[in-house]
Structure formats: C-alpha cells, structure tokens
Design a protein around this ligand. Structure first.
Ligand code: NAP
Length: 305
C-alpha cells in the first residue's frame, strides 16, 4: 500500500497539495492544530479548492497532533515561524527513516527543523505556485507555478515524486535547492520590504530604481560571501524583470501587512542581515531597510520576528 501523506497545516499551500494528492488517489491525512479545529473541519465536511472559478470539496481525513499513527511522510505546510514548534510536537510520531517536505518560504526555519529531527530526511522546497484562503477550509488556486525540491545532503531523488506526477503537481528535483532558496530570498529582500515601506504595488518600485539597485549590490555581495555565487548572478537584472512582470501585484509581505497578519520577516530580510553579521559583512542599506521595516511593523502593532 502506498505511504500516507500527512499534511501539517490546512492553509493555502497545505490545501493545494492535500486536495490534488487526494483526488489522484493518494492516501492523505491532515494534521490540524487541536480538537477544536478538527471539530470545525469535520463540521465543514472537507477542504474546498477553487480552480478556474470552480469550487470542489474533498473530504480529506484529518486528525490532531495527538493521534498515535506513525508518520512516514510529512508535508510541513505552515508558516516559517510555526514550523519548529509544529514539528517538535510531531517528533515522537516520526517513524525511523521518515521524510519531511518543508514548504516554508525564506531560509532558517528548514535548518532549525532539520536539527530538531536528525532521524528524519528533510527535503527543502521552493515553490512559485500561488494560493490564498477565501474562507475557512477554502482555498483559491491563484497562480499556476512550479515547485523545486531538493536535499542538500543527499542528491538522490525520492521515489514518491511519482505521486506528484500523478497529482499533476509540477515539480523538479533540484540538486541546487539552497541556491534556489537563496535566489528567491534575495529577490524577496530587494522587493517586498520596499513595497511595504512605499505602500505600493511591485510596479511602484520602478520609481525607486536607485534604492533597488543599491540593495541588489549589497545582496550580491552577501550571496557571494556566503558561498552562493550562482544565486548572485545578474540579480539586479532579474529583480527589475520581476518588478516589471508583476507590476500590478501586491507582494506577499504587502498583503500580510495590509491585512495586519504576521510577516515572515525573520526568515527573509532578517535572515539575510543575520548571515551578513555572521560573516562580518557591513551592508548599511540592507541593515537600514530592516530597521525601517521593524519600526513600521511595530507602529502597526505587528511582531517583528
Ligand atoms: P497559511 O495559509 O497561513 O497556512 C498555514 C497553516 O498552518 C494554517 O492553516 C495554520 O492553522 C497551520 N498551522 C500553523 N501551526 C500549526 C500547528 N502547530 N499544527 C497544525 N497546523 C498549524 O500559509 P501558506 O500561505 O500556506 O504558507 C505556508 C508557507 O508556504 C509559508 O512559508 C509561505 O511563505 C509559503 N508559500 C506560500 C505560498 C502561497 O501562495 N500561499 C506560495 C509560496 C510559498 P490555522 O488555520 O489553525 O491557523
């Protein structure tokens, strides 16, 4: 029998993965926070995925972290700031040789999780798929994209990638997953905080060309210093391309701040600044950007970690 996909977190990405895997016939079990969330989920009757304007409900089985079934494969689909605590609760249930797929944006949370569960194989993912919640247990598939998966310490691809093929989840095994995560982090650092501070769509940064270019210079220096020269290649050019291509969009950080939701700053700009400090690299504009963003978040009563 095929291995069960335990999916931790029935938010945007968790729902996107759980529903596609379930409809392809893979065994899936959601892990919800607690008994109250489980009760609310069961009352709703399943997860709803809205694709091309059509809503479809999937009655995916669910449980709480306290369930006793061993976990062989765990898709961690919560926010970066929740990952460590969420996985710690499940650690006693991990079977020997268990595999974790970490969908968190940015860097820092994956290593923290991996250190916590040395008995498991941790696979890092970087995704350009886009989804958002438009109600409890209801997710809109907003942007078709791609997911890269990789394991920096073990280049061999896992067998279960065929489940992703069957589920129609576009993916590729990457032996350079850290480079991909660093590149995405650098793009995020150059764009997202400025969209918050200037309160604009991505395209609004075309009016702040010098500020963006200065940040790209410092981010390039950082990537080169921390052994990621491939992630640094033509960074500014790509940042400008993304700003142009997504001109009408609000960045994810802008959306979080506008909705007064906690951001993942510690795993994005905060992580970049921490690594710069570790390398004794002086990056004044990046540091100042972090300070400005923290001050702004505090002024709105939002956490800065
Ligand atoms: P989300 O919609 O906020 O979903 C996170 C889910 O995790 C929520 O359902 C939350 O439960 C659950 N959760 C948190 N702690 C938990 C715990 N201890 N036990 C069980 N469930 C727990 O977040 P998301 O947008 O899917 O983002 C997940 C990660 O993917 C982030 O790092 C994000 O940056 C990244 N990402 C997202 C997208 C996207 O389009 N959404 C794209 C690329 C990358 P409650 O419902 O109870 O709060």
């Amino acid at each position: 029998m095929s291995t069960t996909w335990h999916v931790l977190g029935a938010g945007s990405l968790g729902t996107l993965w759980a529903t596609r895997l379930a409809r392809a016939g893979a065994p899936v079990r959601l892990i919800l926070r607690d008994a109250a969330r489980l009760q609310a989920y069961e009352a709703a009757g399943g997860l709803t995925l809205v694709e091309h304007g059509v809503a479809q409900c999937y009655a995916v089985a669910a449980e709480t972290p306290d369930s006793s079934e061993p976990i062989h494969r765990l898709l961690v689909a919560c926010k970066a700031y929740d990952a460590q605590a969420a996985v710690a609760r499940l650690a006693p249930r991990l079977a020997p040789g268990a595999e974790l797929i970490l969908l968190q944006n940015g860097l820092g949370s994956q290593d923290a999780v991996a250190t916590q569960v040395p008995q498991a194989r941790c696979i890092y993912a970087s995704s350009t798929e886009g989804a958002f919640r438009d109600g409890d247990w209801r997710v809109v598939f907003a942007g078709h994209g791609f997911t890269w998966l990789g394991d920096a310490s073990h280049p061999v691809a896992p067998i279960w990638l065929e489940d992703l093929d069957a589920a129609g989840i576009p993916h590729e095994w990457s032996t350079e997953i850290l480079t991909r995560l660093w590149r995405k982090l650098a793009l995020n650092c150059a764009i997202n905080p400025l969209t918050v501070l200037h309160d604009c769509r991505n395209g609004g940064l075309q009016n702040h060309h010098c500020e963006v270019a200065t940040l790209c210079g410092e981010l390039t220096e950082l990537l080169e210093r921390c052994g990621q020269p491939a992630a640094a290649e033509n960074l500014q050019q790509e940042v400008e391309r993304v700003i142009h291509a997504t001109a009408a969009n609000f960045s994810s950080m802008h959306q979080d701040v506008a909705s007064l939701r906690r951001t993942e700053i510690s795993y994005l700009l905060g992580y970049a600044c921490k690594v710069a400090e570790r390398h004794q690299l002086n990056l004044p504009h990046l540091t100042q950007l972090q300070q400005r963003l923290i001050t702004h978040l505090h002024s709105l009563g939002l956490p800065s970690d």
